[in-house]
Design a binder for this molecule. Structure first.
Ligand SMILES: N[C@@H](CCC(=O)N[C@@H](CS)C(=O)NCC(=O)O)C(=O)O
Length: 203
């Protein structure tokens, strides 16, 4: 049994999506970060930095409990444990690694910058928010070009698609308003139609 501690942010949803899609037995515990629940002594024992998501796998490597943070590490751990979503073909696996890290770094960090500057920062600057939004749209346009003629990022569904999807879904309105990106939109529809994605996005 895997315990997942999460909230419905991009990083939290990456973890619940990975658990739902891999089919590993798990329980979801909501940690309301808008109420500061990530800073309780109990939660800080799981992740001293006070951030979701965290999983605790009672049956971790060697049969010992494992506590794991970082959405990307949780996705890879679940995929390896379930032996799913890791392409066996070396070329596809390399591609999956590339797009996984693009989601983790370029997309993830820029999306976080938009949220922090637009919502959380004590002082707001619309031109700076727009700068990061445009940067985020540029990254998604790059993904759109890559997805031309492809169903999934590494030609088969992989850990890269699981990593990207919540970031896409949470920014869909902004991306639709930006226009174009039909390949990306169709990829989003393919992902959204999966029962595991639906379950993971509504934990
Ligand atoms: N790099 C980490 C980021 C984790 C993270 O920043 N989590 C946010 C929510 S998306 C959080 O818990 N923030 C709480 C806080 O900053 O107090 C990951 O990918 O899991």
């Amino acid at each position: 049994m895997i315990d997942l501690y999460m909230w419905g942010t991009g990083n939290g949803l990456r973890a619940s999506l990975a658990l739902a899609e891999t089919g590993l037995a798990h329980r979801v515990h909501k940690v309301d970060i808008t109420k500061g629940e990530q800073r309780t002594p109990e939660f800080l024992r799981l992740n001293p930095i006070g951030a979701i998501p965290v999983i605790v796998d009672q049956d971790g490597p060697g049969g010992k409990p494992l506590t794991l943070t970082q959405s990307g590490a949780i996705i890879v751990y679940c995929c390896e444990k379930a032996a799913k979503f890791i392409p066996t073909d070396p070329l596809r696996r390399a591609m999956a690694g590339q797009w996984f890290l693009q989601a983790a770094t370029d997309i993830g960090m820029t999306g976080s910058a938009v949220f922090l500057l637009e919502v959380a920062a004590p002082e707001k600057s619309p031109p700076i928010v727009d700068y990061f939004k445009n940067r985020l749209i540029t990254y998604f346009r790059h993904l759109d070009r890559h997805l031309a003629g492809r169903e999934f990022l590494a030609d088969e569904i992989s850990f890269a698609d699981l990593m990207l999807y919540p970031n896409y879904a949470l920014r869909k309105a902004m991306l639709d308003a930006a226009g174009g990106m039909e390949n990306l939109r169709r990829w989003g529809e393919r992902m959204a139609a999966r029962p595991g994605v639906q379950k993971g996005m509504n934990p």
